[in-house]
Every structure is written in structure tokens, then in C-alpha cells.
Design a protein around this ligand. Sequence first.
Ligand SMILES: Cc1cc2nc3c(=O)[nH]c(=O)nc-3n(C[C@H](O)[C@H](O)[C@H](O)COP(=O)(O)OP(=O)(O)OC[C@H]3O[C@@H](n4cnc5c(N)ncnc54)[C@H](O)[C@@H]3O)c2cc1C
Length: 396
Amino acid sequence: MTTETTETSTVVIVGAGVAGLTLGNLLLRKGIDCVILEKRGREYVEQRQRAGVIDTRAARMFREWGLEDRVIGGVPFDPVLNFRIDGEDRPLTLTPDHHGDGRFCPQQVLVRNLIDVFVADGGDLRFDAEDVTPHDIADEASPHVRYRDATGSPRTIHCEFVAGCDGDHGVSRTAIPDGILTRYSHDYGFVWLTALAEVPPRHQTLMALHPRGFAGQFGRGPHASRFYLQCSPDSSLSEWPDERIRDELETRFGEPVAARGRIISRQLVPLRGVVHSPMRHGRLYLLGDAAHIVPPMSAKGMNLALHDAELLANAIVHHQENDRDTTLLDAYSPTCLRHVWNYQAFATWWTELIHSAGDASYRGDFHHHLARADLARLYESGTANRLLSEFMAGLN
Ligand SMILES: Cc1cc2nc3c(=O)[nH]c(=O)nc-3n(C[C@H](O)[C@H](O)[C@H](O)COP(=O)(O)OP(=O)(O)OC[C@H]3O[C@@H](n4cnc5c(N)ncnc54)[C@H](O)[C@@H]3O)c2cc1C
């Protein structure tokens, strides 16, 4: 018979994405013991390609915690958004000093570096953890997390806090009893076909606003690009063979975009905004995509996850160092949610502007003209441009 192993740790972190790994590293630097449980293998986690932009706020966070040199890769964020509007190049320069520290850093580079640093500094990171389930998470209870390790043996870790960093499809949120959380959501009514291709980017960002819909090319390192095509919500991947993707990109960009390189992977991503509120139940705290989703157009999903991780790390450190004072822990959910809704507002405005400014059929002619007026203001008004720049940089 297999015997169950029982351990203790101050914090159990479920999920080794950007939120979980950042929280783990920050806690480790303050000497607070934690265990990170990840259901996938290390190789899979280190190769998962997604986001590409670390904003100024997040870069500052890593600097202030003494991690900048060890975890942030990539190159400084280019303060020019390269638009092609009606077939013409219309670069939009962001306001100087409002984007200074942002980095174009592929998410898998950040994840790889966070894993290396955590492990090198003695952190406890367990891959291939199956059937992870938080128990007794209510305030008055003593929480514990059960799982089966890579050999299939059952384990239980007793802890003070559980950090649910396991994304939108994880188990942490589902451990919260029904009726506690409210789910707010908005469906943008279209999907992005995203294709990762072996195509060196000409610019960090290239975005075409075209009557057939939005097209984007975003650098993912020196040799690869992620392409995006706005499609109808009932699209299926089988309708999009490689040649059709390349032809459509060329049509919308109005020029060959060197997109003839090998397409490595493709995916359909519905654009939606979701917020689960509150972001805490008892001793369980939700972070990152487990609590909120923003459309990738805003480039904020990863950055919101990093923001949550820093707030929770500060709250746990404060609790441990100040005679179990819960002031910051109590403030965690309302503080995060204020920031999240601010960025949902930005993401909604920016996503609808960019998609309506090209494709008038998306929200109709009226919204098409509104979007064109909004876009023109970004070129002509310093105030409008500064506001966009501040959101891009994560400064408000
Ligand atoms: C195509 C695409 C492009 C994007 N572009 C950007 C961008 O440019 N900028 C930006 O900021 N954001 C972007 N995002 C969003 C960004 O990738 C996410 O917001 C970010 O990954 C959230 O981090 P996280 O740590 O909360 O979740 P995740 O990165 O999803 O990590 C969750 C982890 O939990 C693990 N897990 C899941 N279930 C369990 C379980 N039961 N037990 C244990 N572990 C579990 C998962 O394997 C994973 O490792 C993009 C997303 C997509 C899909």
C-alpha cells in the first residue's frame, strides 16, 4: 500500500506560470518558504509561447526586488507602434519617458529565467504534480493541498496560504464554494487566428487596419514572429491552411510580409474580458489568469499577473514580519481589482478601436468612424498620446 507523505510549508503555490514563479521568487528572497506545484513537465512549461511584452511597471518590480539582470531577457520596447492604415505606413510614436523600461521579452524566456533563478536559489518547484486540490481554505480552517507526485505517490502539504496561479482552467478557483465569486465577462464577438512562424520580424510591432479585418505581426525573438488575423467567431482551424494564412496576411498588410517562413503552430483565440471577484476566499488567493483574462491586443495579461504576484508577496511578507497583521492581505483583492478593472477599461477601448478602425462590418459604420476619430487623436493630441503611452507602460 502506498503511504501518504505529509509536509508543511508557509505557502503552496499552484501553477508555475509567470504569476506562480514570480510569487515564488519574491517570497524566496524574503526567506519565506513555499512550494510550487505544476501539473506539466519542465520542458513543456519552458517552451510554451504566448506573450511578448513586459511593461515598465513590471520591469521596475524586478529591478526593485534585485532580479532584473537574472530574469528579464529580450530587448527594450520600441516606442513606435508601426501601423499600416489603408495600405500606408503610419508609425505612431509613443510619448517619450512613458515607456522607458518596457522590454520585448518572450514569455517563455521570462518563465525559463524565473525557473532557473528559483531552482538555483534553493526553491522547491515540483513538476508533473497530478490531481492538485486545495482543501480547508476557509479563514478559520487550516488549509492543505493534496496531490500525487511524479511517481504517483499521494502527498499532502499543510500551509498558511494557498496561491492559485493555475490559469483560467486550473483547479484553485473551482475549490471556492459556489456563490462566493461573481464572474463578469465580455465577449468581443470575433476570434484571432494566431500563427507562430519562422519569420524574422521587421519591427517589434506591425499592425494593419484593413477592411477585411485586423492583421498583426509581433516579434518573438530575432527569428520568429507571431501573426494575428481577426476572423469571424465561427471560424475553425481546418479552414486556414498555411497558404490561406499567408495570402490573407499579404492582402491585409498590402505587401509581402516575408510570411512565407514555416508556420510552427496555430491557434484560435476568442477575444474576451473576464473578471472573477473577489480574488480571495479565506486563505486562498487567486492571481493572474485564474482571476482575470484580458484580450491579447492589450498586451496586459502577463503584466497583470506580475502585478498580482508582487501585491500578494508584499502582503504575505508583511503578515509574517508584523505579528500576523492581515491589513495587506485584506487589501489584496480590492487593490488588485481596482487595477484589473482599470486595465480592462483600457483593453476594451484599445481592442475595439483597433478592430473597428479597419473593419467597418465589426461594429458598424458609426463605430468605424468613431474609431478613426480616436485613432487620429492619438497622432494629433499630446494628451491622448500620453494617456495611451502610460497604459502601454503600465504606469496608471
Ligand atoms: C496567444 C496569446 C498571446 C498573448 N500575448 C500577451 C502579451 O503580449 N502580453 C501580455 O501581457 N499577455 C499576453 N497574453 C496573456 C498571458 O500569456 C497570460 O495572461 C499569462 O500567461 C498569465 O499568467 P499566469 O501565470 O496567470 O497563467 P499561466 O501562464 O497560464 O500559468 C498557469 C500555470 O498553471 C499550470 N496549471 C494549470 N492547471 C494546474 C493544476 N491543476 N495543477 C497545477 N498546475 C496547473 C499551467 O500548466 C501553467 O503552468 C497572451 C496570451 C495568449 C494566449
